[in-house]
Design a binder for this molecule. Structure first.
Ligand code: MRU
Length: 388
């Protein structure tokens, strides 16, 4: 997507530097930092510490991670062990294993037990193909989701369509377009008047920091709200449709997504507001039936709840504008934060808990927007779109 007129993705392979590069999403929107991934440990660290985040992006980072592992492994056994380490970096998003395993299985197709230059080339090519595939899938999600927004717009006689989203399921999470945001970009680009309510999404504020930044850069009207505001807005007819992304969706339609998604789905159901989940096929888990019981829910460091990270000066925005052009690069670890700071919120001795995801049962989901079209949140209808 374009940022200040410049094409940028959240991850790419720099042919000149022969390096995998990522945007460090921990410090957006106040700092714009590009970081190099050189080893499997770098990729694991970037996923765990959420330099990169969002299900499809974690999948693509996992894919490039296997390429990095192939660069530094002698044998296939070593590579498989590295791949397993990589896959356990974060537990909820199924895309991580999907992306890593796809690259690994391409390498394992060749008979020899030693890794060769050909294995490395294969890994890099496959990782790049996965990135393109996910970008294209998101483009198609936008095309299919557009019809839903168009329908509401014409029902309202062209008046503003109010959408609500949670967390960041935008291009930063997905290579291009995003999942939940793809229909928003498509609607805006097609001249439909939309406005987006952006849940701030505590504790790491992916909505307030990342979704608001993305939408603003694209010129889309949006308002950041507290995580608890959605129900009130829905009761007062201020939300026409909710669209969220997902980290893992069972083949029966249960949806794991950022903590708080379930409460939005409940409020939407109570108020008769359509609640759509946008996802590429890489986010379906074809092995799990019961999302509430079987999807692993990540628990993160309680300090992410206790502290809030932000900027204490608007100067950072100017610094951002300058550094985008300069493509400031830092190396993973040992980097210094410049503009953003952590601030402690509760009493220092109060314990905190940090459940990162929740599961919305299929019965609360109006439908899925996928690269193959729209379906209901039922096993039958999901399998109609994905018989394979
Ligand atoms: O913890 P995060 O930031 O990785 O969580 C991301 C989300 O919950 C997104 O909504 C989800 O990955 C969908 S991304 C298209």
């Amino acid at each position: 997507m374009k940022v200040d007129g410049k094409d940028i993705r959240p991850i790419w392979f720099d042919e000149d530097a022969k390096t995998v590069k990522i945007i460090d999403q921990r410090v957006l929107p106040h700092e714009f930092v590009i970081t190099d991934l050189k080893t499997t440990d770098d990729a694991i660290m970037a996923i765990k510490e959420m330099y990169v985040r969002g299900a499809p992006l974690i999948g693509v980072t996992g894919a490039y991670g296997v390429y990095l592992a192939a660069l530094h492994s002698e044998t296939k056994e070593e590579l498989i062990a590295e791949c397993n380490r990589l896959k356990s970096a974060r537990p909820t998003a199924v895309n991580l294993a999907w992306g890593a395993d796809r690259v690994l299985s391409e390498i394992l197709k060749s008979g020899a037990s030693e890794l060769s230059q050909k294995s490395i080339d294969t890994a890099l090519k496959e990782a790049a193909e996965i990135a393109e595939l996910e970008a294209e899938n998101c483009r198609k999600i936008g095309e299919h989701g557009l019809s839903l927004v168009e329908e509401i717009s014409s029902r309202k006689g062209g008046k503003t369509v109010n959408l609500l989203t949670h967390c960041n399921a935008g291009w930063l999470a997905c290579i291009e377009y995003g999942t939940a945001t793809a229909p928003m970009y498509a609607a805006y680009d097609n001249g439909i008047d939309i406005h987006v309510w952006v849940d701030e999404t505590r504790p790491l504020n992916q909505g307030a920091r990342l979704t608001a930044w993305e939408l603003g850069k694209h010129g889309i009207k949006h308002t950041v709200i507290t995580d608890n505001a959605g129900g009130h807005l829905m009761q007062h007819d201020m939300v026409d449709m909710v669209i969220v992304g997902t980290d893992r969706t069972t083949y029966t339609g249960d949806v794991a997504n950022k903590i708080g998604t379930y409460l939005k789905a409940l409020a939407a159901k109570d108020n008769g507001i359509p609640f759509y989940v946008a996802l590429p096929s890489s986010t379906f888990d074809w092995t799990l039936r019961n999302g509430m019981k079987d999807i692993p829910i990540e628990e993160r460091d309680p300090d992410e709840v206790r502290y809030v990270r932000g900027s204490d000066t608007t100067e950072s925005l100017d610094a951002y504008g300058q550094s985008v052009g300069a493509e400031e690069t830092r190396y993973i670890r040992g980097d210094e934060r410049v503009m953003t700071h952590n601030v402690l919120i509760p009493p220092n001795d109060s314990p905190a808990a940090n459940y990162a995801f929740d599961v919305t049962p299929a019965r609360l989901v109006t439908g899925f927007i996928t690269e193959r079209g729209i379906c209901e949140a039922t096993e039958e209808d999901i399998k109609r779109l994905f018989p394979d």
